[in-house]
Design a protein around this ligand. Structure first.
Ligand SMILES: [Zn+2]
Ligand SMILES: [Zn+2]
Length: 146
């Protein structure tokens, strides 16, 4: 896991302005090391900074996303989550029926990245992707979802 200090230094070196609130959000994400929703980040920081609203946290997360620090992923029933982009990224399979989430290794994405570069001359940022579908249990239960 990348630590908060490294990220803050990297952004400073790029000439970015790091407010205290931006640093707190980075620290919260690093300390947790997990996927966090906007609400969870806000709650983690509520004690330190009661004035920090979900709207502000959301804006800071978007700012970090634009700078390639944070990945934003829609995990379906679990909501939209944010996570620090790691040197060893992972991805997810998400079942549309039961909401089960399985972790995927990044090596599966290498072929896709290579093809996107070749065929579309596009440098993809596949940092933390969710692939939706149906798990085996749900398929065997039949497609009786509503
Ligand atoms: Zn994940
Ligand atoms: Zn399922």
């Amino acid at each position: 896991m990348v630590c908060a200090e490294t990220i803050v230094e990297r952004l400073r070196a790029q000439g970015e302005r790091l407010t205290v609130q931006r640093q707190w959000v980075i620290e919260a994400l690093c300390a947790s090391g997990e996927h966090l929703t906007v609400q969870q980040v806000q709650q983690l920081l509520a004690e330190r900074s009661p004035a920090l609203t979900e709207t502000t946290v959301y804006r800071i997360l978007q700012w970090l996303k634009e700078r390639g620090v944070v990945a934003q992923t829609d995990l379906g029933q679990s909501g939209v989550v944010y996570q620090i982009i790691d040197r060893e990224p992972h991805h997810h399979l998400v079942c549309l029926s039961c909401g089960q989430i399985v972790e995927l290794d990044d090596d599966l994405m290498e072929g896709l990245r290579a093809r996107l570069r070749q065929r579309y001359d596009f440098e993809p940022r596949i940092d933390h992707m969710a692939i939706f579908g149906l798990c085996r249990a749900c398929r065997e239960r039949g497609s009786d979802t509503d």
